[in-house]
Design a protein around this ligand. Structure first.
Ligand SMILES: [Mg+2]
Length: 370
């Protein structure tokens, strides 16, 4: 008889954390980021997971998923995942529902590790002992000197690659790209991300300029909704520039479409969106079968344990906005040294905990006193 730990409680919350400076990219601007957390109680343990999403995700998990989980075995993560996916059928699985499933799935994996006294990477089986990371930020809202300082900070910390945001305006971006290339120096590769801002023709022109400037990675040159456009840019861009997309993959079917279309040189996946750790493992299997490398998008603390185990992984995004929040509000966030992130010690589960007192001033849901 396998062990069982019936779920006795599911609690969610949302915290709105202002950015340190205004942030923006090719298609969006923001001044705060919302951290949504989940605690799941079972077997005398509390599993903790989080995503970056609107507070509606916390409400959705509480309203729709908590009832699906309550009383069921918290150790049977695969069964709970499938029940959550089935339960959101009429709510629209992509978007908020997928992020709520991601939230609860992460907390369940953490719970299972704590119950069994082992880290997630020990339970899954490690593929590597450290995860290469690249510095990510370089927002379009930064002054040139701010961008330089951020890139130089990553280079000083031993990062081997850095990524900046770009708009669709090549005339404006050419000096930014050249400047970023100088700031990165000889030791770090330069990557750019348009967040879907460009038309196909704009993207091809940008890719030509980027390749000539030593850029090695062009992320989401056109909208990820334009899968054929991604394929076209991938095929026609100079060979030195890899095309990457996948951050809006809310399920395995999105990844399958990108891969079957030959739309990416590198698949990106984000466990805070793609239905959790379980969904991330599916993305890795799809990338394996497509012989395409995999790169993790955002939320590095949440991903680190799973990232140690993925077959196709090449690196993980060390996103300025999220690293800052994880350093502020979490116990034992991972540290990146010499271009890799290594867990600080072998803590069970995901190895994370919220610093509740530090987070409390930012809480926006549930409303009212703690
Ligand atoms: Mg991106």
């Amino acid at each position: 008889m396998s062990p069982e730990a019936p779920i006795t409680g599911v609690r969610t919350a949302a915290y709105r954390v202002p950015t340190d400076r205004p942030e923006g990219d090719g298609t969006l601007a923001w001044d705060a980021t919302v951290l949504v957390t989940c605690e799941i109680e079972a077997g005398g343990q509390t599993g903790f997971g989080y995503v970056y999403a609107d507070s509606a995700t916390a409400l959705f998990a509480s309203d729709v998923l908590a009832g699906v989980l309550q009383g069921r075995d918290g150790l049977a993560t695969a069964a709970r995942w499938r029940e959550m996916v089935d339960a959101v059928r009429n709510h629209g699985r992509q978007g908020v529902a997928a992020m709520a499933i991601s939230l609860c799935d992460a907390a369940l994996h953490d719970l299972r590790g704590k119950y069994l006294g082992a880290s997630l990477s020990t339970l899954l089986g490690r593929r590597r002992e450290a995860v290469p990371v690249y510095g990510s930020g370089g927002f379009t809202t930064y002054a040139p000197s701010e961008m330089d300082a951020q890139i130089e900070g990553w280079v000083d910390a031993g990062f081997h690659a850095v990524k900046i945001k770009v708009t669709s305006d090549l005339a404006a971006e050419a000096p930014r790209i050249a400047r970023a290339r100088r700031a990165a120096g000889d030791g770090a590769a330069l990557m750019i991300d348009a967040n879907g801002a460009c038309s196909r023709k704009q993207a091809l022109k940008m890719a030509d300029f980027a390749a000539a400037s030593g850029v090695v990675w062009f992320e989401e040159p056109v909208s990820s909704d334009d899968v054929e456009g991604l394929r076209l840019v991938r095929d026609q861009a100079p060979a030195g520039v890899e095309l990457a997309a996948g951050e809006y993959g809310y399920d395995a079917f999105h990844f399958r479409r990108l891969l079957e279309a030959g739309a990416v040189d590198v698949l990106q996946a984000d466990a805070t969106r793609c239905c959790g750790i379980t969904g991330l493992l599916q993305a890795d299997a799809l990338a394996w079968a497509a012989t395409v490398p995999l790169s993790i998008h955002c939320a590095p603390a949440l991903h680190l344990q799973a990232a140690l185990c993925l077959q196709r992984l090449i690196h993980m995004e060390w996103f300025h906005d999220h690293v800052r929040i994880e350093d502020m509000l979490m116990e034992a966030p991972p540290v990146a040294r010499n271009g890799v992130a290594i867990p600080e010690d072998d803590r069970p589960g995901l190895g994370l905990a919220l610093k509740q007192a530090d987070a409390e001033p930012f809480r926006i849901w549930p409303r009212g006193p703690a």
